[in-house]
Design a binder for this molecule. Sequence first.
Ligand code: C5P
Ligand code: C5P
Ligand code: ZN
Length: 457
Amino acid sequence: MLRRANELASIIRDSSTVHIVTHIDADGITAGAIASETLRRLGKKYSIECIKQLDEVTIKRLLEGNHELVWFTDLGSGISKQYPEMKKIITDHHECPPDSDTSFHLNPHLFGRDGSYELSGAGVTYFVSKAVSEKNKDLSSLAIVGAIGDLQDRRFCELRGLNTEIVKDGREAGVLQTVKDIRFFGKETRPLAKLLQYASDPLIPGVSGREDSSVAFLQELQIELKEKDSWRTWVDLRKEEKRKIISAIIQMLLSKGFGYQVAARVLGETYLLCREEEGTELHDAKEFATLLNSTARYGQYEVGLQVCLGDRGKWLKEALNLLSGHRHNLVEGLQFAREEKIQKRTYVQYFHAGDGIRDTIIGIVTNMMLNTEEVDKALPLIGFAHTENGDVKVSARATQDLVDRGLDLAVALTHAAQEIHGVGGGHNIAAGATIPKGKEEEFLQFVEREIKLQLVS
Ligand code: C5P
Ligand code: C5P
Ligand code: ZN
């Protein structure tokens, strides 16, 4: 992989102008930011765009753009053997067939590594950046934000594989710190009661999803919720207070019969950007990633990109505005999905959001739904939503348990989409597709057929 990273680095050095094409999620934005900053430091001219997916319209436009070099980050693995007339490099981590191995494509899957948890799009891009110059090690914190945005720590409650190399670089460069702590989202900015109310991995029985129970739970432990006029957050707590809450949650899980494995998920490695201020949306990698997800998913990629590149003024302010809209949309989206009701079939379950949830956040909502108490974990969950172009966006999510039994959603969705003139891809545990409207039922049948084969074999 290092040799391949060096090859990509020399292609970059030999070019004077580069066009970056990246994905709209946190991993995509951080990947794009790492690529941009690498080029800026080299004194190259560059431009960048963020896209939902690499479809034919986009490729046609790129071909017409006559770029000297196109750098695909967090996407592109599917076209490494196509369009030889387009000079390109690809730093991606999505599943891809072995025949997509080319000298300008760096992807963990081509080297026997799993891109769903060992390395993200931003991580692959970082390796090329480091091959360009060791001085780019400070960009490792962005790569970690990308990995966390893609939930790469979910499997083992910490980052593993090649990601750990990046963490090491981050520590050495003084930009990253790791702390064993509670894993819930919002430790720096969410009022305590909200931290527990929205906890989903693991769920806290009787507390998750209910504000009054969350408040009562904390009061019973004699934890002050406020300090003067402001709500206390997790980082405001004293060590003993943290310990008290953590052991109460673990005891609660064990007493309700959840078992050690689930209870142990309360704690894990958390990743802090030590050059950022504590108590802000930028200090904890999880919160930083959510801030970025609030930008490009709403067509405002410039905002996320500028924050990654260091702006702490007007762009950050705009990002924070977008964040409150994003939070609101997720709460509403989850409510909407709940009301839609999940339809169960033999090998999958699904819901159709129609125009009720944006195609750019249906994946996040599907993930959240699968994490709720009321959803059966024995079947993968598929969410459908309409796109602006009149197509249907599909997002599929599964549990690690199903993956361990042979499930590969990327393969299932890619094949099923191909059958009905759609496109799909992703990872074993999380995949997506875009298909023509009206073909949902046919698509589900093809997906079920694939999954049945995977689980049997
Ligand atoms: O587009 P990309 O590959 O970067 O996105 C990865 C997707 O996979 C994210 O939406 C992330 O939430 C999902 N994922 C997941 N569980 C994991 C790993 C990834 O849901 N364990
Ligand atoms: O969009 P969503 O978050 O559901 O995507 C899940 C995974 O599937 C991501 O890694 C995404 O990049 C991938 N995907 C894909 N091709 C599509 C749609 C999604 O490879 N058409
Ligand atoms: Zn990614």
